[in-house]
Design a protein around this ligand. Structure first.
Ligand SMILES: [Zn+2]
Length: 229
């Protein structure tokens, strides 16, 4: 479940959104080319602008904040989540002393880790007994996979000092790039230069938007079917 805040012409309206409703908002947003941005707590912001009758641009958004934030997704937790999201359906089973574990293909997620995934509402199960990730888990994974950073522009002085003091051949290039800032993403797919840091931040934002749209379009059918069932 999510806390939903809709910013519209008349102000803001708050409510509660089910997982199915949140998925609907995401898919509609992706279809209409909205800006979609996942947050590390497992929430998402869908925003867009529309032209008012008098010509002014109006900003609109829907923010979805999970009632249970996903918390820190360590590498170990991410591995477990990836196993649950794998091609083979995951189910609950019992370990040798009868504790509940998740069986995902050939992998078994131990009882303590299974209990933690359940307590954090990163996984849920349907009536048929299939264990799946929650939408908040998937959004948290998306945000964790795409952490963008921008570099501080070198500036004239620093580039000058480097070339004078250290006689580095890159000094001149540094001066040419005085205001330039590099945008990179933890996924390794973004290496771009902005003319200044604002532009670099925009490049990072555009990348996260593109990845979020691709994420929505690539959601597995069995997942979307289970959410909307
Ligand atoms: Zn990325």
């Amino acid at each position: 479940m999510f806390r939903e805040t809709v910013h519209h012409a008349g102000g803001a309206t708050q409510g509660i959104a089910s997982e199915a409703h949140a998925l609907l908002i995401l898919r509609r947003g992706a279809r209409r080319g909205c800006h979609i941005e996942a947050s590390t707590d497992g929430g998402v912001l869908v925003s867009w602008t529309r032209r008012e009758p008098r010509g002014a641009l109006a900003h609109r958004s829907i923010s979805l904040v999970p009632q249970m934030p996903v918390g820190t997704l360590t590498d170990a937790v991410l591995r477990d989540l990836a196993a649950v999201a794998g091609l083979r359906p995951a189910r609950y089973g019992r370990d040798s002393i009868g504790r509940r574990v998740i069986l995902a293909g050939l992998a078994e997620i131990g009882a303590t880790r299974t209990a933690a995934l359940r307590a954090r509402q990163l996984v849920t199960d349907d009536r048929a007994g299939a264990v799946r990730l929650t939408l908040t888990a998937r959004l948290g994974m998306l945000a964790a996979a795409h952490r963008t950073t921008t570099t501080e522009p070198h500036g004239w002085d620093r580039a000058g000092a480097l070339s004078a003091g250290l006689n580095r051949p890159g000094g001149r290039a540094g001066m040419l790039r005085s205001s330039a800032s590099a945008a990179t993403c933890s996924c390794g797919q973004l290496h771009a230069w902005g003319g200044d840091r604002d532009e670099a931040r925009r490049l990072g934002r555009d990348h996260r938007r593109d990845m979020a749209r691709a994420f929505v379009e690539a959601l597995p059918v069995d997942f979307t079917t289970a959410v909307t069932a």
